[in-house]
Design a protein around this ligand. Sequence first.
Ligand SMILES: *[C@@H]1O[C@H](CO)[C@@H](O)[C@H](O)[C@H]1NC(C)=O
Ligand SMILES: *[C@@H]1O[C@H](CO)[C@@H](O)[C@H](O)[C@H]1NC(C)=O
Ligand SMILES: *[C@@H]1O[C@H](CO)[C@@H](O)[C@H](O)[C@H]1NC(C)=O
Ligand SMILES: *[C@@H]1O[C@H](CO)[C@@H](O)[C@H](O)[C@H]1NC(C)=O
Length: 534
Amino acid sequence: MAATRRISRRDVILVVLGASLMHFSTILAPLSSQIKLINNVSLHSASPENIQILLPPPRSTPSTTIPVSSELLLAPDTPELDSVEPESNVSTKSLQETSIIAHAPGWTLFRNLYMSNSTLFIVTDSSSDFPQTRFMTSNPVKHVVNTPENLALRRPTPYDMDFISYDEAQRRWSGDSFENGDIRVSTVKGNTVLINEPRQFLRHYYHFVAELFFGVQAFWHGAFSAPSSDANRDYSQGPYPAPPPIHRIIFMHADAYGWRDDPGFNAYFLRAAFRNDRAWHFPLVLLADRFAAHRGQICGVATQRIAAEAVEAMRTKNQLVGARVGGWWAPVRNAVLQFARAELPENIANSELEQAVDVYGESTNSPLPMPKKVVVTYISRQFAGHRKLAPESHTGLVEALEDLAKRRDWEVNIMTAERKPRDEQLQIISRTTILVGVHGNGLTHLVMLPPTRISAVIEIFYPRGFAHDYQWTSTALGIRHFAFWNDTFRTAGVGEGKPPYSYPEGFQLNHIPVHGPAVVQLIEDHVEGKFAPP
Ligand SMILES: *[C@@H]1O[C@H](CO)[C@@H](O)[C@H](O)[C@H]1NC(C)=O
Ligand SMILES: *[C@@H]1O[C@H](CO)[C@@H](O)[C@H](O)[C@H]1NC(C)=O
Ligand SMILES: *[C@@H]1O[C@H](CO)[C@@H](O)[C@H](O)[C@H]1NC(C)=O
Ligand SMILES: *[C@@H]1O[C@H](CO)[C@@H](O)[C@H](O)[C@H]1NC(C)=O
């Protein structure tokens, strides 16, 4: 147990969240033999599972290893990037302090730079040894114009780059369990170029190649070459000290296409200038493909949900933990709820549930607990662009729900998601038992509902309309789904079962009818156990 390091799901999620904030788009190169030089300085936390912040490269992405022969790389005067002495496997000194190899305004070659929550961190106890941050980075404004206001806006804030002491870094990223190697630092192996350029300049052949990569090559090459007064020396004359390879280029503010110019020369240049004759090795990789999933029966024919292929494949092999109650999803849900500072309801935290989840897969008789209090949340789309309830239906539903709250001392929330901070939305969802709403994105919150015996989703459609999105998803989590049309409904075991999908005229429009008292009647019947488990 002590020997195997556990990376909690939460860590992974935080890494992924942090990375997505940065809109990472990366070019990966293989871990060539040179990479072994730096293996020893990995923070002992890099494992295939937690280098997920790297998006898979687009098709035919160039590798970026500078073409030099291996003898030259092994030349004795070649500076080895990161040739730091290895630490013992897990020591209190596992964090490496930041240092600078070379600097000019706008070009800074670091050892051991850190990124967390989209901020670049310099780990040091002597920040005065470093250039001012405004000479290293900037606030990436979307549109660059030459006005004093825009110039001022471009100054970096501590959210862009910050200094952090060694002790603070340890405290923040390692916590108490640091001694056990449970540090929340994932090393991105290899040598990286981190490009903080607004998209405006990236998608332009001149700025990309003749400006940016001109600078990259000059600075990277120069930082590692031995001083020589021979200004006439040609690279082809060798031998020369070659710089270490660049394994990865990260465009911090561009998606996978954000650095591709329209004529296509930027990609052409990268492919041509940096070698493309390499294999990329993903030690452990999950490839997800939407259209391949649609070729399966479960997705393509039955549900139109790509996740259905994944869930069913594992469920039929009995490898989905707590398949009937979404036990396998619980770590993700709980991590997100904790992140939102939502109080995990007692019935999530307590071990009674954990047990129920564990045994449920085997014994269908093991019921989930009832909620301490019934909480009904109606997600209103009345301020959305389309697909709204008729105004009188909305009013009628709200009135019926508020009356229900009074009569039964239940909690009722009327939530307009787009007008509530994300944390608050999730705080409400974390205690919700029954989620009500018109077919639409707001119902996605159902994946964060706490599992209770009566957790349910009531999805309102335009009469005769139906889609699988929330029906399939809630069912996959063991949450009962009711499709609701004005004053009538269907659910598993009631009526003729699930209808085929259908988008009648009116589906997307703003006069969807619903009879509030009928919704409330259904809620009460359901809470009283009228619908046996399917
Ligand atoms: C560095 O790590 C590699 C593999 O992880 C190992 O083979 C090598 O002996 C290490 N080098 C040193 C100096 O410890
Ligand atoms: C490092 O880990 C390896 C294998 O996990 C172990 O055999 C070795 O004794 C460890 N070394 C130290 C210094 O802890
Ligand atoms: C992450 O950054 C945001 C600002 O961009 C800040 O409000 C938030 O507190 C930070 N979170 C952590 C965990 O540092
Ligand atoms: C909706 O249901 C109510 C109650 O049964 C009924 O009075 C009303 O006519 C129905 N509306 C539509 C549009 O079907």
